[in-house]
Write a protein that binds this ligand. Structure first.
Ligand code: ATP
Ligand code: MG
Length: 569
């Protein structure tokens, strides 16, 4: 069956069986302790904790996932960084028996043979899962035949995503020697200190990789021969299969990350995108691919997914622009950087020594690594890989120390330049604080929802605001933003503060990247129906207090980040 048929069959099977079909949530979760969505259950996390579900007791989805932690596994038969996870979920609805039977029935219906299943064997804290074992036995599986196996915590216990959350024992389904489907019984809450308490309601959370299901259904050696990769793989010329797979994987992840408005940078999500693109390019060099080979690959990715995830098509120009921009940046310095690295290795190699032994004792020191990082834009992980290839050590600590030293230096420099800081609560500064919220909302209205706040610095005299956006703003855009902010000031909108739980704040659509945890109380400031942000305050009571808003400068701050200076007159 094609991946499209499998995706559709999965969702319609569960719809028929009383599940509400829920669209994939974004790759960027609202849980700030997690960089990316790594599993289908993430968007339903609160429902396992007793919050009322918006979708009833049973739901099913096909969720975009990104697991950067699997990057070194990519290229084997079953691991990808980006993949789609099919899942059915129950929050206080059905339990083990129905969950297992549904899984078996679905796989039967698409002609997939289960080789064996695994069940939790129990440990000091949690009992052996006899109930699941019995259910599988009734369906014809047994230890004697080797089709029912017991495994410990490492294999058959799942969660939590992030620092804390629901978790529990699992039962897993294997076909053609790979794990295809994981069925989790969310019976416990795992706290930050790793202790477990029982959850008030029984939860079922399952995950099955669509690519793995397609591999098994299409009976091909790896996920890269399925129809979810065929077109991309065909486009990559060269002999080394594993290298081609890594390139195909990274091209796909890069497209999906870029489609969510992420821009390459040296921080967090942006850094992951940068790393994927640059790692893809470096592997492309090993196959002697032409310099802009990622572009046709990205186009193939868009072709494969455009009907399922329309955002890859509607954002096509941005995605291609982002990848091309990063490619050009890296290309400029890559060759030179690689040469520099090779020269360094040669310089360091002791003359006349036994090469193998000498190499083992060689090290890329922190200063040199930082030089490569800063001058040629080599992500740390690429240097680690290069060192591994050359069989020399990488001084990770030394590198991190250099990095920190450098960051501290640039921080003191900017602190010296602008007196005052973020929390200057003079009367004028409070006005700027509110103007800050209006500005963000106006920028998103004019430029698009990829605009996120990346930094802010307020004094009594002015507002400085950093935000994600790939291009210089045009005169016209600047004018539009000013006009909107001034219009909102003229409208005299009330500024209202409400306290609510963090997850509630996210639910009502409040902006703001905050370190708050599930359940923790946060303040949400609402300006009319124009802006809603999680923020500590303080703010003015009404926008009419602000005066006239003016943007005095728009400039680049760093790659993909623009900076605005604005004043209130
Ligand atoms: P594995 O042990 O094979 O890495 P896992 O235990 O990490 O799998 P789960 O966390 O249980 O997998 O995820 C649920 C399902 O999602 C898996 O059964 C598999 O089908 C799919 N899956 C997990 N990780 C990946 C990946 N990196 N690439 C593709 N599919 C994946
Ligand atoms: Mg894994």
């Amino acid at each position: 069956m094609t991946s499209r048929e499998l995706r559709e069959k999965f969702l319609s099977f569960f719809e028929k069986n009383g599940h509400k079909i829920v669209p994939s949530s974004s790759l960027l979760p609202s849980d700030p302790t997690v960089l990316f969505t790594t599993a289908g259950m993430q968007q339903f996390k609160p429902y396992y904790l007793g919050e009322k579900s918006l979708f009833g007791k049973n739901a099913a989805s096909c969720q975009k996932c990104l697991r950067i932690s699997d990057i070194d596994e990519v290229g084997d038969e079953r691991h990808l960084t980006f993949f789609e996870m099919l899942g059915n979920f129950s929050f206080g609805g059905y339990q083990k028996e129905e969950a297992i039977k549904l899984a078996k029935e679905f796989l039967d219906s698409v002609g997939i043979k289960i080789d064996y299943v695994t069940v939790f064997s129990g440990d000091k804290e949690v009992l052996r899962d006899e109930e699941s074992a019995k259910i599988w036995q009734k369906l014809g599986f047994s230890e004697e035949k080797g089709t029912l196996r017991f495994c410990g915590r490492e294999d058959n216990f799942w969660g939590p995503t992030g620092e804390e959350g629901p978790c529990g024992p699992t039962t897993e389904i294997y076909s053609q020697d790979i794990e295809v489907w994981n069925i989790v019984f969310n019976q416990y809450y795992c706290h930050k200190d790793k202790s477990l308490t029982e959850l008030p309601l029984f939860g079922v959370d399952t995950g099955m990789g669509l690519e793995r299901l397609a591999k098994v259904s299409q009976n091909v050696p790896t996920v890269f021969e399925t129809d979810l990769f065929g077109l991309i793989m065909k486009e990559i010329k060269g002999d080394d299969l594993k290298t081609k797979r890594i390139i195909a994987d990274h091209a796909k992840s890069a497209v999906f990350l870029a489609s969510e408005g992420i821009l390459p940078s040296n921080l967090e999500r942006g850094y992951i995108l940068r790393r994927l693109i640059r790692r893809g390019i470096r592997y492309g060099k090993l196959l002697n691919l032409s310099h802009d080979f990622l572009i046709p690959l990205a186009k193939k990715v868009i072709e494969i997914y455009k009907d399922i995830y329309p955002e890859v098509l509607s954002k096509e120009d941005e995605i291609i622009g982002i990848i091309r921009g990063e490619e050009e940046k890296f290309e400029k310095t890559l060759e030179q950087g690689l040469k520099e690295f090779k020269d360094y290795v040669l310089r360091k190699e002791p003359k006349g020594g036994h090469a193998g032994v000498a190499r083992d004792q060689m090290i890329l020191d922190g200063k040199e690594a930082f030089y490569l990082y800063q001058t040629f834009g080599f992500p740390k992980e690429i240097m680690q890989e290069l060192c591994k290839e050359e069989n020399i050590k990488f001084d990770e600590r030394g590198f991190e120390e250099e990095l920190k030293k450098h960051q501290e230096l640039s921080r003191t420099a900017s602190a010296g330049m602008f007196k005052g800081g973020l929390v200057d609560s003079g009367e004028q500064a409070v006005k700027y604080h509110t103007a800050n919220h209006l500005l963000l909302a106006a920028l998103r209205q004019v430029l698009g929802s990829h605009v996120l706040q990346r930094g802010s610095n307020i004094t009594e005299e002015r507002l400085r605001f950093d935000f994600s956006h790939p291009d210089k703003m045009t005169e016209e855009e600047i004018k539009k933003v000013e006009d909107i902010v001034n219009q909102k000031i003229k409208e005299g909108l009330p500024v209202v503060c409400e306290e609510m739980a963090f997850n509630k704040a996210k639910e009502v659509g409040a902006m703001g990247v905050f370190e708050s945890k599930y359940g923790e109380k946060v303040k949400v400031y609402t300006v009319g129906d124009f802006s809603k942000e999680i923020c500590g305050g303080p703010h003015v009571n009404n926008t009419s207090e602000l005066g006239h808003f003016k943007i005095v400068k728009e400039e680049s701050s760093s790659s993909g980040i623009r900076r605005i200076r604005a004043i209130l007159e």
